[in-house]
Design a binder for this molecule. Structure first.
Ligand SMILES: Cc1cc2nc3c(=O)[nH]c(=O)nc-3n(C[C@H](O)[C@H](O)[C@H](O)COP(=O)(O)OP(=O)(O)OC[C@H]3O[C@@H](n4cnc5c(N)ncnc54)[C@H](O)[C@@H]3O)c2cc1C
Length: 361
């Protein structure tokens, strides 16, 4: 049931000490901006956001005398070298230690302190529209006109957030994330920014500290969900004790459970039983242990990557009016039957089996 990204966690035993870290998604991001439903879910799961203000040690790295660093690798820069600082505000002193030519260092500093209005005469919305249509790499190369040798230093700045480099991220997103080079454009924070991604948009409105992390990141959110659905599988009753509680995987899918979580089950087909217009049941076929099996339900929510969702659906469902309607639901697709309408599934399941989700474990 738990998502691939949310379920991951890492555990290490060092001496007699258990160290827990996240293995995928880390943070309950900008919870003040969550919808009422999403905030309600956190609270239903017993997650008290105030708890993080005391649980999260914000000064930890400074207390340990640690700072940010930039690693220059041999493959890209000809030598392995660690330099203190971060790319977006690297100092001249730190740059002096970097394995870059003097001309490239000068260009890096030019980006960081850039006060040039590269689009003179254009109002802020039009500047933003231009930035939304070019990558940050193109902005640096073609607008700020840095030497190509500058790019390898900036290329990985978006890796941790987006999983891709600056050649694949719009310059407007990078402005929203306060990456360097935009100051002279004097873009207006308060006006809308059409074309900007949701992540920078949330971060721009961010007034909360980045502290809403369990030790294992959002894995604990998934574990709390599993506890709520199958309480006997995960002992305890608080957001504190969930972190070290041991999950009894064998209890997730017992016939006596009102909700059953079935791991290692890849769905390969989802279809109505009978004519979609009048069907009262959905049939989900999944593969487990090399064998195809089926379950039936009054309705079904497919909550996986939306590029994949059309694959298990027969053409007839994908192209029906109902199919078109449900495509409007962001990410979550629902196969309605004649017994229920799309929205109802989310608000009020008609029976414990009215939503079924089989997920790989
Ligand atoms: C490395 C990483 C870090 C992230 N960090 C954060 C963060 O700090 N904060 C944040 O808010 N977000 C973060 N995200 C984004 C967040 O994890 C996702 O937005 C979220 O997990 C999406 O949840 P989901 O349930 O919609 O989909 P998913 O997490 O993709 O879950 C879909 C599930 O469906 C299963 N599935 C797919 N196809 C089938 C099939 N045919 N049959 C059965 N099961 C199937 C998959 O195995 C998976 O378990 C991060 C993502 C990644 C990858």
């Amino acid at each position: 049931m738990t998502s691939a990204a949310t379920r991951s966690r890492n555990e290490f035993t060092v001496g007699d000490r258990l160290l827990i870290s996240y293995g995928g998604t880390e943070s309950i991001e900008s919870p003040a901006q969550y919808s009422t439903a999403a905030r309600g879910l956190l609270s239903d799961l017993g997650i008290d956001l105030q708890r993080f203000y005391t649980a999260f040690d914000r000064g930890r790295y400074q207390k340990l005398g640690m700072t940010r660093g930039i690693f220059f690798d041999r493959e890209t820069f000809g030598v392995d070298r660690m330099v203190q600082g971060s790319v977006s505000d690297i100092s001249r002193k730190a740059l002096d230690l970097a394995p870059l030519t003097e001309a490239i260092k000068r260009d890096v500093l030019r980006v960081i302190g850039n006060r040039t209005n590269h689009f003179p005469g254009l109002p802020s919305p039009e500047k933003k529209a231009r930035l939304a249509r070019m990558s940050y790499r193109d902005f640096l190369l073609n607008v700020v006109k840095v030497a190509p040798g500058v790019i390898p230093l900036f290329q990985a700045m978006t890796h941790d957030l987006y999983g891709v480099g600056i050649d694949a991220i719009p310059a407007l997103d990078c402005w929203g994330l306060e990456m360097p080079g935009f100051e002279g454009l004097k873009l207006d924070d308060d006006e809308p920014s059409p074309g900007i991604g949701r992540t920078p948009l949330l971060e721009m409105n961010e007034e909360e500290p980045y502290i809403f992390h369990f030790p294992d990141g959002n894995a604990s959110v998934a574990r709390l969900l599993a506890r709520r659905l199958v309480p006997q599988a995960l002992p305890g009753d608080s957001m504190d004790d969930v972190v070290t509680a041991r999950l009894a995987y064998g209890k997730l899918d017992q016939p006596s459970n009102s909700t059953r979580i079935r791991l290692n089950s890849t769905v390969i087909r989802v279809k109505h039983r009978g004519d979609p217009a009048s069907a009262r049941e959905v049939e989900v076929t999944y593969v487990r242990g090399g064998k195809a099996r089926s379950v039936r339900a009054g309705a079904c929510v497919l909550a996986c990557w939306n590029m994949v969702i059309p694959l298990p659906l027969p053409r007839v469902v994908r192209h029906t009016e109902a199919g078109a309607r449900i495509r409007g639901q962001r990410c979550r697709w629902c196969i309605p039957t004649s017994r229920s309408t799309t929205g109802e599934h989310f608000r009020k399941p008609v029976s414990p089996m009215s939503t079924h989700r089989a997920a790989t474990g």
